[in-house]
Design a protein around this ligand. Structure first.
Ligand code: SAM
Length: 375
């Protein structure tokens, strides 16, 4: 099969991080709101699903066209080469969304697209009766934006944030894709000590350990397109072999996760074991004010309470002050904090070198970055 067009979907604000990851896998990209688009051979589907740490999903772009009537939607959908992707017995449910478009009834758009694809497949596969839909799952999405229709196939299945290691969680866990992005937005290298003093269920230290040992984040899970006939099995096999070859299990790491809540320390440790990281990460029950830093250089990457969901504003302000008081004595450390608390720098007692707006789910946050002094 010739090259196909793939879309790695990204949370708002993370497009450039996803783009960087796709480029590192060897593909040229263009970036749009919420998506990174690239042309690639079919083998990119297994590789991207296995390796992308910060993308939500990997989709195949089947077609794009304008439609303002159901007839146009039907005919243009039918003109696309669906049989190149969907096997004779494939199941192809259609989901949809419509924004600022004349065709605003999403259920109708879904129905038309479904009917149109079924008609094309029946013709191509020489079937008289209904398509059997007993085989592999090909989730189709019809998305309309200002009358432009985009038809995609979801190659990932469950969202890529589900790495397969989260056996437990706290009240406000960070999405794995976001935790990986927070680490990738730093210059941390595996030689440096890494601490998350508000680690909760351990997402940030676990993602850092996976990055530190170059372990593919999708190594522990399945993907919808593993059963698709047009991606030959050898591509999946090769991608898994590549991931195994590139993993550096001998890389020494000093990664510490601590939290005031001892129950969460147990959850974090269980999650790390499930991720196959065993005792690679040190977990400690500890308050941030007792944080003891002995190395000269290191990185802190953390997601403390924001005072919105977990505790009240005053308590959080005091917490940030405690945290700042500890870190004041370690100007050579680099510190990265994601929070929605507006007066963070004031409470922390230091002005950030750099700030970046990020959305943690629907919460607008800032990622405060303090670059450590280097001697
Ligand atoms: C937003 S959650 C972190 C979630 C984590 N990133 C995850 O993915 O599960 C903030 C954490 O800070 C912890 N915490 C609250 N006060 C603390 C303190 N004084 N010292 C250390 N940890 C504290 C809470 O127990 C909670 O787990």
């Amino acid at each position: 099969m010739k090259n196909i067009t793939l879309i790695a979907t990204a949370a708002m604000g993370l497009e450039s991080v996803v783009a960087q990851e796709v480029k590192q896998l060897g593909y040229e990209v263009t970036v749009e709101n919420g998506k990174v688009i690239f042309e690639a051979p079919v083998s990119a589907i297994p590789r991207c699903n296995l390796w992308l740490r910060t993308a939500d999903r990997v989709k195949v772009l089947v077609g794009k066209f304008n439609a303002t009537t159901f007839d146009e939607l039907f005919e243009s959908t039918k003109a696309l080469p669906w049989e190149e992707f969907i096997a004779e017995d494939g199941q192809f449910p259609v989901s949809g969304k419509s924004i600022k478009s004349q065709l605003h009834s999403v259920p109708d758009c879904q129905k038309i697209v479904k009917k149109s694809i079924a008609e094309r497949l029946k013709l191509k596969y020489g079937m008289v009766s209904k398509m059997p839909e007993t085989g592999a799952l090909y989730k189709i999405e019809v998305a309309l934006l200002k009358d432009e229709v985009t038809l995609t196939l979801d190659t990932s299945g469950t969202g890529l944030h589900k790495r397969g290691y989260r056996v437990g969680q706290g009240d406000a866990p960070l999405k794995e894709t976001m935790a990986a992005a927070l680490v990738l937005l730093t210059n941390w290298k595996a030689e440096y000590t890494f601490i998350d003093p508000f680690c909760g269920s351990g997402t940030i230290p676990i993602e850092a350990a996976l990055i530190g040992q170059n372990i593919a984040p999708g190594f522990n899970r399945d993907f919808a397109s593993e059963n698709w006939a047009f991606i030959r099995n050898k591509h999946w096999q090769k991608a898994f072999e590549e991931a195994e070859d590139l993993a550096n299990y001998d890389q020494k790491l000093e990664i510490i996760g601590s939290d005031i809540d001892h129950n969460l320390i147990k959850v974090a440790s269980d999650n790390a074991i499930e991720a196959g990281l065993g005792d690679l990460i040190t977990w400690k029950q500890m308050q941030v004010k007792d944080l003891f830093i002995r190395n000269e250089n290191g990185y802190i990457v953390t997601n403390p309470p924001y005072g919105e969901r977990l505790s009240d504003k005053e308590a959080v302000a005091a917490l940030y002050k405690d945290f700042g008081d500890v870190m004041k004595n370690h100007p050579t450390w680099s510190i990265y904090v994601i929070t929605a608390f507006a007066a963070f720098e004031k409470q922390f007692g230091m002005e950030a070198t750099k700030k970046r707006k990020l959305f943690n789910g629907f919460i607008e946050t800032n990622y405060y970055q303090y670059f450590g002094e280097r001697s």
